[in-house]
Structures are given as structure tokens and as C-alpha cells.
Design a protein around this ligand. Structure first.
Ligand code: CUA
Length: 174
């Protein structure tokens, strides 16, 4: 497991444990025989304390996980290989279509018509995908690098019309 998966596993375990304890407490309180007058002042104090606990717990979760959110990089250092991708119903123009492994690749994507999804596959495995906004929208950018040489498949991952499924291409990594 990588760091993100560990953080997610711990966060979910804690959340499920807290939900379990809360459910048990509620269940127990519904079975209490003693039903006297409700002490509203005490209830309101307890509610305040639970509120602080819940907000505190959510803040801890937020700061424990937010730095692991896998947002893609959109800025490349100098020397990156620039690849211009133009999407059009129903094909991809990728220039250049052959790039080098283990060097930053700066993808710049535009569409000549509607929105498309630039999905790069290694066999059946999706390596990454980037939305390509419809025409006249700002160019989309994504920076990554390829460790493994090979021929990668490109599939459109945004329904863009009748021949969407046929909108394919390849990217060669040497
Ligand atoms: Cu282009 Cu679907």
C-alpha cells in the first residue's frame, strides 16, 4: 500500500469505528426503561460537546488526507517534452506521437469541437486520463512521465457522439 492508501484505510477504519460506537449508544438509549423528565440544559450541553467532537474529527481527517489528494501536475520544468494533443470527432492528433521514457512530458490538449476524454492505456490498465474541454476553452495541461517504453493506447473517455467508441489512437514511448 502506498501512503495515500494507508491514510484512506486508517481514516475509514476510524470513521466506521465511531459510527459503530454512536449506533451502539443510540440503540442502548432506546432500550432504557427509565423515562423521566428530559433535562434540557444537560442535553444541550452534551449536544455542544458532541458537536465540537464531530467538527474536530472532520478537521483532523481533512488535514490528514488533503495533502495526499492526487491532483495532476500542470507545470513542467524546462526541458520537458511538449506533446500537443488535438481532439476532434472522432480522432486524435498527437504531436509528436513518439516520446522518450523517463523524461517529463508536458501534454497540452485542445478540442476542435465538443468535450473529449484523453485516456492513456497500458494494455487494459488506465494510466491516466485528462478531460479535454470543448473548443474555445483554455488549453488543458497535464505533466507526467513514462517509466516503461512501449506502445500506449489512447481511448476517448467522454461520450462525444455517435462514433465515440471508435475515437482511438496510440502513443509510442521509447
Ligand atoms: Cu471523443 Cu468520445
Amino acid at each position: 500500500m502506498n501512503n495515500t492508501q494507508v491514510v484512506i484505510a486508517v481514516a475509514y477504519t476510524v470513521a466506521v469505528a465511531i459510527a459503530g460506537v454512536a449506533s451502539a449508544l443510540v440503540l442502548r438509549s432506546t432500550r432504557e426503561k427509565r423515562r423521566g423528565a428530559v433535562d434540557e440544559a444537560r442535553l444541550s450541553r452534551l449536544e455542544g460537546r458532541y458537536g465540537v467532537l464531530v467538527v474536530g474529527f472532520l478537521l483532523v481527517l481533512l488535514f490528514a488526507t488533503i495533502f495526499s489528494v492526487p491532483y495532476g501536475k500542470t507545470n513542467a520544468d524546462e526541458g520537458a517534452q511538449i506533446v500537443r494533443v488535438t481532439a476532434q470527432q472522432y480522432g486524435w492528433a498527437v504531436q509528436p506521437s513518439t516520446i522518450q521514457a523517463n523524461r517529463a512530458v508536458d501534454f497540452r490538449l485542445v478540442s476542435k469541437d465538443v468535450q473529449h476524454g484523453f485516456g492513456v492505456y497500458d494494455g487494459n490498465k488506465l494510466v491516466f486520463q485528462v478531460q479535454v474541454p470543448a473548443k474555445d476553452q483554455p488549453e488543458q495541461r497535464y505533466v507526467t512521465s513514462f517509466d516503461e517504453p512501449g506502445t500506449y493506447e489512447i481511448n476517448c473517455l467522454e461520450f462525444c457522439g455517435f462514433q465515440h467508441h471508435a475515437m482511438r489512437g496510440t502513443l509510442k514511448v521509447e
